[in-house]
Design a binder for this molecule. Structure first.
Ligand code: COI
Length: 359
């Protein structure tokens, strides 16, 4: 047992440890490291029993609440290894702040984010050899919380499991190749007053049917419109979205039904810092069609932890298909990607104190 100041973290090491994958062939999300972090909650003890242990299966009752009513939240962040073998985390505090915000939205008891960050550092130190080094790779960190009461009564669970698993990953989409997105007119991701702004499992489950339709039409993902007027752009299933119209960079303003992306906020901060004209406002799909027709739609790109900066090459809507910037990555997408990649790897000035080393 080692004392972490707030709570002890027990460590049970795996022996023997697993073989690390070849960094140059990594896909997304199917390989996991040797160890995971676990923490339990019950009303008597609060959050307790912090432990790092071998990555292993959960054993739960088939009645476990999360399996029936989806009371589950998660986060996604990444650790990067640079040429000097430093391991760096990007905006870790913001992820844990968002985790607590999602917890509140899903009636899950709040967690001490400073403790969770300490625990993450400890886990990463143990798993440092799993952080890949090949260009475009990273160690994806997935903290999650699930409701664990063995009951099918519909109410907030009284017990929970918080856990963190780690996955060495390559590009989410095919490198920096532009993706194609499909405007869904028939389906809705999230509604005003709903849970769209929380990182809850159900939002992602709700995106699958439309994403399948998009794939059947040859597109990588869905571009969601607002639920009420089916007019205003919200986000893409896997990322927030930016448009460059004339000299203005525009992203949908956060209305409660859009995920407050951390990469989204980084693009906004960088734009302001560079003196670019950036607006968070409502953008209708008609405005995009018109901007495309008039030649004002210069580029479109998405942002997310998984995808990083992802140029958009085509937008499909009914029988119309807009080709953006000749289906090539735009100048600004490249600039944001290079700057963010540079900051994450410690190769560019970290003006905003976004990066923390894992020591
Ligand atoms: C992330 O970008 O971290 C997410 O959680 C989105 C997921 C589809 C990979």
């Amino acid at each position: 047992m080692e004392l972490e100041g707030i709570m002890e973290i027990k460590v049970i090491k795996k022996n023997p440890i697993g073989k690390k994958p070849d960094g140059s062939t990594l896909g997304f999300g199917n390989i996991f490291t040797d160890h995971m972090f676990n923490l339990d909650y019950n009303p008597e003890k609060g959050w307790h029993n912090a432990r790092i242990e071998p990555f292993q299966k959960f054993e739960f009752s088939p009645a476990t609440m999360v399996l029936h009513y989806g009371q589950a939240i998660f986060e996604g962040l990444k650790a990067y290894k640079n040429d000097k073998k430093d391991i760096l985390l990007f905006r870790v505090k913001d992820n844990f702040k968002r985790l607590n915000n999602s917890a509140k939205g899903l009636c899950i008891p709040e967690l001490d984010s400073d403790f969770l960050i300490k625990a993450l550092h400890k886990l990463l130190k143990l798993e440092k050899d799993w952080v890949p080094e090949a260009p475009g790779t990273s160690l994806y960190i997935r903290p999650a919380i699930i409701a664990t009461d063995p009951s099918i009564d519909l109410r907030p669970s009284e017990t929970y499991r918080y856990f963190v698993i780690l996955s060495p990953v390559g590009a989410y989409y095919e490198g920096f190749k532009p993706v194609n997105i499909w405007v869904s007119k028939d389906y809705t991701r999230a509604i005003p007053g709903g849970v769209g702004e929380f990182k809850t499992a159900g939002n992602y489950a709700a995106s699958l049917f439309a994403a399948t339709e998009a794939a059947e039409n040859g597109y990588n993902q869905v571009l969601w419109l607002d639920a009420v007027e089916k007019k205003y752009i919200e986000e893409v299933g896997s990322m927030n979205i930016f448009f460059v119209i004339g000299d203005e960079i525009v992203t949908p303003k956060l209305t409660g039904s859009i995920l407050p992306g951390i990469t989204r906020s980084s693009v906004i901060d960088l734009s302001n810092n560079w003196g670019f004209k950036i607006s968070e406002r409502r953008i209708s799909i008609d405005e995009i069609l018109e901007a495309h027709d008039s030649g004002d739609l210069k580029e479109v790109f998405g942002s997310g932890t998984g995808v990083g900066i992802s140029p958009v090459g085509k937008i499909g809507l009914d029988d119309t298909e807009l080709t953006i910037n000749g289906n090539k990555p735009g100048e600004l997408a490249v600039k944001f990607d290079e700057e963010l990649t540079g900051i994450k790897l410690g190769n560019r000035e970290d003006k905003f104190n976004w990066v923390t080393p894992v020591l």
